[in-house]
Design a protein around this ligand. Sequence first.
Ligand SMILES: C[S@@+](CC[C@H](N)C(=O)[O-])C[C@H]1O[C@@H](n2cnc3c(N)ncnc32)[C@H](O)[C@@H]1O
Length: 229
Amino acid sequence: MLSHALYTTDETAEDAGRTGWSGSEVPGSRFTAALYDPFVWLGERRGMRSRRRRLLAGARGRVLEIGAGTGLNVEHYPDGIETLVLAEPVEPMAAKIEVGDRRGSTPVSVVRARGEELPFADDSFDTVVSTLVLCTVEDVERTLAEIRRVLAPGGKLLFLEHVRSDSERWGRWQDRLARPWAAWAEGCRCDRNTLESIGEAFSVQRLEREKWNGMPAVVRPLIIGEAVA
Ligand SMILES: C[S@@+](CC[C@H](N)C(=O)[O-])C[C@H]1O[C@@H](n2cnc3c(N)ncnc32)[C@H](O)[C@@H]1O
């Protein structure tokens, strides 16, 4: 049975041996949290659930997931990981995370934290997971630098992100729709070239491009893969 604890940022900073950390607020509401699962439901059925499972099969050791949202990845983690920390800055989203009654003895904690300010000591994790998060963080470079910092030597980043299309014509449409989409989708940028940012901070070891079927076309192009520092 997984144990589940919700920490405040202060407790987390203390646990992680970092004092003086203070997180800033991220926009997000109870309304968005209530709508998130129904909004992605069709996409989950049309391939996203199996993509999550395949990606997370690569998780090892001490695992940190950033922007964990409502916890859609939780059921897909393999048995045998050492610890699982789910970081999510928006409380109504974090409140929906259910660890459930998976078998195994992995300790699981839910922590309120932004990707840009991870309240953990250097080299704390063997795997960091980011699914559909780097589109929304305010500062991608800073978030990737934080992921690098908390990853132990040899650790890896598992990513699954929607991105700007590699088709120039479609990419230009995403550029045009980026502002209204972001206004509607709590700051999510449909035209981010996230692969380029990951490639600047990490060495990408495995990469697949797929389509997020069952979702609006602006967020359909996906990149899925693994990267090491
Ligand atoms: C599209 S949802 C993805 C949720 C989940 N990772 C999934 O795969 O379903 C984006 C998540 O990123 C979170 N988020 C927003 N700003 C963030 C930040 N600066 N750092 C970390 N997470 C952030 C949001 O609260 C939301 O839960």
